[in-house]
Design a protein. Structure first.
Ligand code: ADP
Ligand code: ADP
Length: 225
């Protein structure tokens, strides 16, 4: 079967990570989250992590030269040969152009850009209540909308749940501004390429997942004709 090269696009808190965790189970493609990669670098106290941290804490984008090389190398790895699911990248047109050039070199193309739409006020509610597993950041919860069975403990591996440093109201507002100014222009960018697919992120995580799966099934069917 042909490869599925996907991007998850949407504001912070739209549910990109939540959907990525599910889609990864369906399609066995690597979930490539720039945020998770950067946070791992911060935790390991690497030079890159130290450089990135101040931008992340302020809710600003980490400079392109740090991010682009990291992602281009990642999609060329073996496990991404049959497809990938990018989450949090690209976040501006420079990154999108760099990705397009890298894919062209590899003689590959994007299958779809999955846009999850959610209004700003919902973003604030979601991020303020988000909790993530300290051991595996793909395990995502919400104190109200998707609580763990035991308070503060990950259902899947029993590790502690934590709140991200940047999930504080003031930083959330700044991240939203950055999204609207720098990332939202990618909606028109990918729409004009004909690869954009829109999803109503206000639906439940299960419903969004069902709709994305249906869209991807149709895409794959179209490709076989
Ligand atoms: P993103 O990766 O886009 O920043 P996440 O997947 O981390 O978003 O989700 C942000 C928060 O919203 C998490 O606490 C998650 O549990 C919750 N969430 C995700 N999808 C939904 C949904 N469809 N309805 C309600 N809450 C959701
Ligand atoms: P969100 O839950 O908002 O989708 P992420 O985990 O994707 O958050 O990103 C957290 C932070 O990491 C961002 O606010 C930004 O500082 C940095 N970051 C992640 N991806 C990128 C990127 N592609 N370009 C620049 N900075 C990034």
């Amino acid at each position: 079967m042909s490869e599925l090269n996907l991007i998850l696009l949407g504001p912070p808190g739209a549910g990109k990570g939540t959907q990525a965790e599910r889609l990864q189970g369906d399609f066995r493609m690597p979930h490539i989250s720039t945020g998770d990669m950067l946070r791992a670098q911060v935790a390991a106290e690497t030079e890159l992590g130290q450089e990135a941290q101040r931008y992340m804490t302020a809710g600003e984008l980490v400079p392109d030269e740090v991010i682009i090389g990291m992602i281009i190398a990642r999609i060329a790895e073996d496990d991404a040969r049959d497809g990938f699911l990018l989450d949090g990248f690209p976040r501006n047109t420079e990154q999108a152009d760099a990705l397009a050039a890298a894919l062209e070199k590899l003689d590959r193309r994007l299958s779809a850009v999955l846009l999850i739409e959610v209004p700003d006020e919902e973003v604030v509610r979601r991020l303020a209540g988000r909790r993530v597993c300290v051991k595996n950041p793909s395990h995502i919860y919400h104190v109200e909308f998707d609580p763990p069975k035991r308070d503060g403990v990950c259902d899947q591996d029993g590790a502690r749940l934590i709140q991200r440093d940047d999930d504080q109201e003031e930083t959330i507002r700044r991240r939203l501004e950055v999204y609207h100014a720098q990332t939202a222009p990618l909606i028109a960018y990918y729409d004009s390429d004909g690869v954009l697919r829109r999803f109503d992120g206000l639906r439940s995580a299960d419903e969004v997942h069902d709709r994305i799966r249906a869209t991807l099934a149709t895409l794959r069917l179209e490709e076989t004709f």
